[in-house]
Design a protein around this ligand. Structure first.
Ligand SMILES: Nc1nc2c(ncn2[C@@H]2O[C@H](COP(=O)(O)OP(=O)(O)OP(=O)(O)O)[C@@H](O)[C@H]2O)c(=O)[nH]1
Ligand SMILES: [Mg+2]
Length: 210
């Protein structure tokens, strides 16, 4: 049986604009990243079973800050601003937010990152670039294919197979992959079990500063 992390309490902790303004590095953290509108905030609400915890919107670009949520008072979920939001200016956008890159590369208490991919779409260039960046930067991550309630299971499986073949072929060990739905709560147990398993994983080695 899966040993899923039990969530007894979940509350908003704080927001930060960049790595320097993040809260002190005390508790293990798990971050959610992906294209704007992919369902990061919805997944956090689904995992915690608290509907309004992270702000959700149909309009892409809702989450602009790094938002921290305290779970059980002793670990954090981190909702990151999405990338690929076309309406922010090119300089502001870069390819993905510099604060996000900084956080993922340097945050000492970051244990694991979930990269969210829309299960309904063929591999998107910006997602492929982002996943390759994670791999190159040696950031430990898992992939979550979101919004699976919106199509048949067979279509989801076909898209995941396509993604594996196009993006993950030749990567060993490949990242753990999950499916999710904020509507049906599919994936909840599995993702929480993964968090439980990574909780005790060794801290990342600090990267040598240039
Ligand atoms: N049907 C369905 N809709 C979803 C699911 N997850 C998210 N949505 C919807 O998709 C839209 C975007 O969800 P958010 O959770 O705000 O997405 P986000 O990735 O946090 O977006 P940004 O903060 O803008 O980067 C909202 O309208 C959600 O209700 C899902 O699993 N199923
Ligand atoms: Mg959001």
């Amino acid at each position: 049986m899966l040993r899923a992390m039990k969530i007894n309490s979940a509350s908003f902790l704080t927001s930060a604009t960049n790595l320097n303004s993040c809260p002190p590095t005390v508790f293990a953290e798990f971050a959610f990243i992906g294209r704007s509108n992919v369902g990061k905030s919805s997944l956090i609400n689904m995992l915690t079973m608290k509907k309004g915890l992270a702000k959700v919107s149909e309009t892409p670009g809702k989450t602009q800050l790094i938002n921290f949520f305290s779970i059980n008072g002793n670990w954090n979920l981190v909702d990151l601003p999405g990338y690929g939001y076309a309406r922010v200016s090119k300089t502001q956008r870069a390819d993905f937010n510099e604060a996000v890159a900084d956080f993922l590369e340097k945050r000492e208490t970051l244990r694991h990152t979930f990269a969210l991919i829309d299960s309904r779409l063929p591999p998107q260039v910006i997602d492929v670039e982002f996943i390759n960046w994670l791999i190159g930067a040696e950031i430990p991550f898992a992939i979550v294919f979101t919004k699976t309630d919106k199509q048949s299971a067979s279509k989801t499986q076909a898209n995941i197979a396509h993604f594996r073949q196009k993006v993950l072929a030749g990567i060993t060990p490949g990242p753990a992959t999950f499916i999710s739905s904020a509507e049906t709560k599919a994936g909840r147990k599995e993702i929480l079990a993964h968090i439980e398993a990574q909780m005790s994983a060794r801290k990342k080695q600090p990267t040598a500063s240039a």
